[in-house]
Design a protein around this ligand. Sequence first.
Ligand SMILES: [Zn+2]
Ligand SMILES: [Zn+2]
Length: 160
Amino acid sequence: MLSAMSDTGPGYPDQSTKRMAARVIGVVCMGIALVLFALAVADMLSAFNSDEFGAQPTRMWMFFAALPFFLVGGIALNAGFMGAGVKYAAGEVAPTARGTLDYLDVGEAGVACPSCGARNEESSAFCDDCGQPLTTLCPSCKHPNATDAKFCAACGTALT
Ligand SMILES: [Zn+2]
Ligand SMILES: [Zn+2]
């Protein structure tokens, strides 16, 4: 699948790469934030449960250290999933859920790939999932038309 993405031709070769990078950064940052949170909470709980008088949690800083990771992770995930946002738990980022996410992440907007059905941005020339062209270039004036168009929208040339 990755090779298909990088073979999308002269159109938007690095668009999906950037999106994938944002997804990876987002997931990694969220993972770090969750680990820091978990450590801080565990430390707090152990301090509260301690018999030792005046025991204080010593890892509160982790709680605050986690916040910027949450922020960065949230922004990156938002960018990576085009507004589907951070409401999706990390588990749903798993490859098995990709089809669902691809459908959800542009919602009603965008253009469906005629080959695999994945939704793509309106401006995309190639499917970011399978690399198939999303437009038919007019042989006469090079205007990009919808793949199911019968005549060029710009000059009327038959596209069949
Ligand atoms: Zn496709
Ligand atoms: Zn034309």
